[in-house]
Design a protein around this ligand. Structure first.
Ligand code: SAM
Length: 256
């Protein structure tokens, strides 16, 4: 069964002119989550041989940049270069190639599999962490991020790290992933750029009260909404949920 599925996407990629069967994973992810839109600028980390680049170019038609340790043969409309995504200097190289910030960062990077599962999982999480750091530096506010991670005991920690930085985050396995594979794609939408994150504790003062009766405090121009609070109240709160333009907080302690 798994073999039939593998052959199906392999054959389809040959027929439709995609360089890698993995092209269908990105197409399926985009169909479900609408990560790449027409005109978006897209950065692909770990992009060789270029199947995802072909898909990104087709979906967006905007500026597309691909990076890999390996060379990538020419794709019309796409800029590629060789670099290591775990090296800090790569961010500047991508920015220069892109000529600005990205709407979307995608990463299908993977280690050469050794068969020692713990080792492969650890390297995969390391690559995904580098991709997250790069995405935070490259994306516009509200930009989107897709990254592959091999399942294992560090997966949940990684998922929580991504959850802190984006408005919505899903772990997803596309149908085109091989049945026996333990790869999962983390699909994160709308990069958060406000000054607070879920779980932060801070002291605030309610500066206004909305029609709904919720109090609002401002932190560096960012609204913190506290249900059932009064004008002028001082309190210690814990951030419960963060949206691109505001956050909800729970009261930990009211102060006189
Ligand atoms: C599964 S392939 C990507 C396939 C690609 N999405 C496509 O559709 O053609 C994984 C790639 O990650 C690259 N890679 C692994 N570690 C890397 C690193 N540190 N920096 C850049 N690329 C890396 C590998 O060279 C390999 O080409």
């Amino acid at each position: 069964m798994a073999r039939d599925q593998r052959d199906y996407y392999y054959r389809l990629a040959k027929e439709e002119g995609f360089r890698a069967r993995s092209a269908y994973k990105l197409l399926q992810i985009n169909e479900k989550f609408n990560v790449i839109k027409r005109g978006d600028s897209v950065v692909d980390l770990g992009a060789a041989p270029g199947g995802w680049l072909q898909v990104a170019e087709k979906l967006s038609g905007g500026k597309i940049v691909g990076v890999d340790l390996e060379g990538i043969s020419y794709i019309p409309g796409v800029t590629t270069f060789r670099a290591d995504i775990t090296a800090e200097s790569t961010v500047d190289l991508v920015k220069e190639a892109l000529g600005g910030e990205a709407d979307v960062v995608i990463c299908d990077a993977a280690p050469n599999l050794s068969g020692a599962w713990d080792r492969d999982h650890a390297i995969s999480v390391d690559l995904a962490r580098s991709a997250l750091q790069m995405a935070k530096k490259l994306l516009k506010p509200r930009g989107n991020f897709v990254v592959k991670v091999f399942q294992g005991d560090m997966f949940t920690d990684y998922l929580n790290e991504v959850r802190k930085e984006f408005s919505t985050v899903h772990a997803h396995s596309p149908v085109a992933s091989r049945k026996e594979s333990a790869e999962t794609y983390v699909v994160a939408k709308r990069l958060l750029t406000g000054p607070v994150r879920k779980g932060d504790r801070l002291d605030i003062e309610i500066e206004s009260v909305g029609k709904s009766g919720d109090g609002v405090a401002m932190v560096e121009g960012f609204a913190i909404i506290v249900r059932g609070s009064k004008l002028g109240e001082k309190m210690r709160v814990k951030i419960d949920a963060v949206k691109p333009n505001f956050a909800f907080a729970d009261v930990l302690e009211r102060k006189d």
